[in-house]
Design a binder for this molecule. Sequence first.
Ligand code: YNC
Ligand code: MG
Length: 388
Amino acid sequence: RHKFWETQPVGQFKDVGDTSLPDGSIELPTPLSEVKQEPYNLPSPYEWTTCDMDSEETCTEVYILLKNNYVEDDENLFRFNYSKEFLRWALRPPGYYKSWHIGVRAKASKKLVAFITGVPARIRVRNEIVKMAEINFLCVHKKLRSKRLAPVMIKEVTRRVHLENIWQAAYTAGVVLPTPITTCQYWHRSLNPKKLIEVGFSRLGARMTMSRTIKLYKLPDSPVTPGFRKMELRDVSAVTRLLRNYLSQFVVSPDFDENDVQHWLLPTEDVVDSYLVESPETHDITDFCSFYTLPSSILGNQNYSILKAAYSYYNVSTKTPLLQLMNDALIVAKRKDFDVFNALDVMHNESFLKELKFGPGDGQLHYYLYNYRIRNALRPSELGLVLL
Ligand code: YNC
Ligand code: MG
């Protein structure tokens, strides 16, 4: 069934429910001298390239490849349109390896036709902190699909991760592979319902008019929580403490230090937004919320070409009710002109989705670990990890 994945150190479907297999590494690391030193072979018209994301020209090539060939929804109405700034942010976290930003070019034209990336991360699984690669942006040009290029790209990124003495990875996909650690659902909160309906993202509810729908999703002009403000550089240590403490309750989560928080959560214009609640009395940082900016191209609509979407990232409430905190996040996202606010049913998100008028999406997001077995799949609420 899965000619490639059956050969890989991942939980296999045949082993689901087998309690004799231990949790943790599936294969032991090999000495670095035994890691294959040369790249895997590509079909002869193609060659490997390492993509230098500092280069404006290379970043533009990657941007264009993904803009035209990356993930679409089931009905092919929308395609992710990650911005160049976003790609630079996503691919250059603390300690990143340029060698993990892997492209494939046509030898003749030098055109970029495929891409896959990894970035390093420390991921905690129960009590163990594991150095991993987060694998993302696997993309093969539409004209080169179904030629088994993806397995070669996955093997090559694996080889380059092994060369850095890292033996585990985390990734998400919309497709079912052997075997998910959990399966999540996206929920969508309309901010601009008229546009969402016009472009086919959502439908007018039964017995609803457009004006009733607009009224249903109306939000206040500004956040209601006293002390709610944008995160700043001076907040990094307080946010790190708050977030580390919060994430420790989940079975799988990133192990963020201050450098990671500065990179992943300090606001970057049109990439990531973070807000916190500073107690007006004690000046303690008690609550935190964040979202990233990921527009989608709208395929074949006369009036609109871009859907501006915010994606819930990491949120922590200790004093402000999570419902109120997330409503304030919706308010600032609306003020920033987002059309929709998306959230997975991970962490404590279930507790606000229905009340804040999110609706369930179609399509699921499966989370995977490479070379790390977890015997029993998690509930989405046990997962404290959001990948981009
Ligand atoms: C996928 N998304 O099952 P079997 S997500 C992993 N992730 O293998 P071919 C995938 N594997 O079943 P195509 C996959 N999609 O025979 C397909 N596969 O064992 C498997 N789409 O290869 C598939 N981006 O080259 C099958 O297929 C084999 O030409 C078939 O290429 C696939 O970034 C793809 O959705 C996805 O660009 C590149 O369809 C192409 O169809 C495409 O014949 C649109 O491949 C964009 C899209 C995927 C987004 C993502 C995470 C990727 C994770 C990869 C796995 C990482 C493992 C860990 C490595 C480091 C380890 C260490 C240490
Ligand atoms: Mg292919």
